[in-house]
Design a protein around this ligand. Structure first.
Ligand code: FAD
Length: 248
């Protein structure tokens, strides 16, 4: 259903990451303009109405399709239906207007950026990195340093680990720091151990990031965001240098 507010869209591919996490690529009938970091509102008919929820866009604005990384919330209104939509089926809608102010800070003059995500909260950062990698490869001067801590319970939930590790290898200005908290379930894991918020201070200091030169970003789980905010406050970071995207 395409109308003045909504654009019809088709799921073109799907990758199941775990039984509760999946990645979909979606082709809207008309292009949707957005900036990396923004979200769009996805809708599906159900329960006698259109059920809509916001989802951060994973893809970069250069890609022809929109990509999303979604967690199944048992008992939720939308995700159990969305989970069952097969590739190729119609019925999905996306609101025309992308929204959100969780954008990369390229205006304040701060050139260090410390990003923290839990599981699906990595979505806006992947969109930013796809865009920045393309710009740098086109020869755009790049004054920024970016560190991204990505936390999950177990490593298989770190859906974009390979892509982000590849950026880490390719660009000296980008550090990807994946961490897992249920270490006993993942004996082969060789990365960081602990929840995302538990390793922020250590890496902030090791990188030499300072309160006056750094913008902090946190996305995903509300408890993580509150804890990370506390870490930055205790480290002397001003409130206005902290950006957050709370998923629920
Ligand atoms: C700006 C923004 C961007 C978002 N981007 C994403 C995204 O990229 N990927 C994604 O999966 N979700 C994202 N969300 C969350 C998404 O909008 C829905 O809230 C989520 O998918 C649950 O929808 P639902 O209708 O199935 O559950 P609902 O019926 O809305 O919620 C049921 C209950 O579960 C809680 N809940 C919602 N999400 C979770 C969760 N992940 N874990 C535990 N409890 C939860 C709700 O607070 C509520 O109490 C985003 C939210 C916001 C505000």
């Amino acid at each position: 259903m395409t109308d003045s507010k909504h654009i019809a869209a088709v799921i073109t591919s799907r990758r199941d990451v775990t039984p509760e996490l999946w990645i979909v690529r979606v082709r809207p009938e008309e292009p949707i303009q957005f900036v990396p970091g923004q979200y769009v509102t996805i809708g599906l008919p159900g329960e006698g109405r259109l059920i809509e929820r916001p989802y951060s866009v994973v893809s970069s604005p250069r890609e022809p399709e929109l990509e999303f990384f979604v967690e199944l919330v048992p008992g939720g209104h939308l995700t159990p239906h969305l989970y069952n939509v097969p590739v190729g089926a119609s019925g999905l809608t996306i609101r025309r207007a992308a929204k959100g102010r969780f954008l990369f800070d390229d205006r304040s003059g701060r050139t260090c950026h410390f990003m923290v995500a839990t599981v699906t909260g990595v979505a806006p950062f992947v969109s930013m990195m796809r865009e920045f990698a393309a710009r740098v490869e086109e020869g755009e001067p790049w004054p920024h340093r970016i560190a991204l801590v990505h936390g999950a319970s177990v490593s298989r939930e770190l859906a974009y680990c390979e892509e982000l590790s590849e950026y880490d290898r390719r660009f000296e200005w980008f550090r990807y720091i994946p961490t897992i908290s249920r270490t006993w379930l993942d004996p082969g894991w060789r990365g960081e151990l602990g929840r995302a918020e538990d390793i922020v201070r250590k890496h902030l200091d090791a990188l030499g990031f300072t309160p006056s030169g750094t913008t902090a970003y946190a996305c995903g789980n509300p408890n993580m965001i509150e804890n990370v905010k506390g870490v930055f406050q205790r480290a002397g970071y001003p409130k206005e240098s902290f950006k957050q995207e709370v998923y629920w």
